[in-house]
Design a protein around this ligand. Structure first.
Ligand code: SAM
Length: 279
């Protein structure tokens, strides 16, 4: 029994009588050429432990196993567990299947994460991995294209927002692949894109990251206002003056480096709650 003996994914799904559930954000990649490309982009090496979130029918999982990785796969939908266990039998010792919720489950720290993410929880998962204790070595993640564009957006663009600042303050982020809706079964309403994220070596401290979240919540919460007014509760003009930023700028004109400089200052009142999920 080897991975080469496995039937096409479409047949596996049909034999199990499984169809996609919208509530789990299920849009499957059944073309192994695509999943192999994704595994290559992730740069996974033989023997390395990799986390896959939402393996579903296992197309990406197969590609990761073929690359020789040790895969820890966490799937919320119980219907896929027997299929994944069967897949694991074709790559003995390489696949560990966890039936659980990636938002709350304990996962191995430091391991790269590779996933075609469920659209409904993609952003909260990313924020948790960016700010939480897991500290993945790298992340190669498929999102709706619109979310991917927000993650990599530059200052001055309409997509630039809290998610861009937080992500880019902590990681180098770039789009490495785009896929049309028809690449998925069933096709979603929108196109998708894969973002590759590599943690910055000069990662700011957790305190700075907390301050950054407060600042970006304030600034982008009222993105049409000038900083002197949107950041008033946190220091407004004095805060801008301390780091040499024009208080007449608006949230989207401020670079990530400038937000980080502001986050290094003592903020007046931590009244704005730390936000875990940008809008
Ligand atoms: N990786 C598969 C593929 O590419 O064909 C499936 C991708 S599908 C977009 C998302 C998968 O994530 C589904 O299998 C879904 O059941 C699973 N899922 C949804 N929410 C989840 C959660 N909170 N934790 C773990 N898995 C989840």
């Amino acid at each position: 029994m080897s991975l080469d003996d496995l039937p096409p994914l479409r047949n596996t799904l049909a034999a199990a009588g499984i169809s996609a559930k919208k509530s789990f954000g299920q849009h499957f990649l059944l073309d192994l050429n695509i999943t192999r490309k994704l595994a290559r982009l992730a740069g996974v090496s033989a023997g390395e432990t990799v986390i896959e979130v939402g393996p579903g029918p296992g197309g990406l999982t197969r590609a990761l196993l073929e690359a020789g990785a040790h895969v820890v796969a966490i799937e919320k939908d119980a219907r896929f567990i027997p299929l994944l266990e069967e897949l694991g039998a074709h790559a003995p010792g390489q696949l560990e299947v966890i039936h659980g919720d990636a938002l709350t489950a304990a996962l191995p720290a430091g391991a790269p994460i590779v996933a075609n993410l469920p659209y409904n929880v993609g952003t909260p998962l990313l924020i948790g991995w960016l700010t939480g204790p897991l500290r993945p070595r790298s992340m190669t993640l498929m999102f709706q294209k619109e979310v991917a564009q927000r993650i990599v957006a530059a200052p001055g663009s309409k997509d630039y927002g809290r998610l861009s600042v937080l992500t880019q303050a902590l990681c180098e982020a770039k789009i490495v692949m785009e896929l049309p809706a028809r690449a998925f079964t069933p096709p979603p309403k929108v196109a998708s894109a894969v973002v590759q994220l590599a943690p910055r070596l000069d990662r700011p401290s957790d305190t700075i990251v907390e301050q950054l979240q407060r600042l970006t919540a304030g600034a982008f919460g009222q993105r049409r206002k000038m900083l002197r007014s949107s950041l008033k509760p946190l220091g407004g003009e004095a805060l801008c003056a301390a780091v040499g930023i024009e208080p007449s700028l608006r949230a989207e004109d401020v670079t990530v480096a400038q937000y980080l400089m502001m986050a290094g200052q003592p903020l007046i009142l931590p009244t704005t709650p730390t936000v875990s999920s940008p809008p």
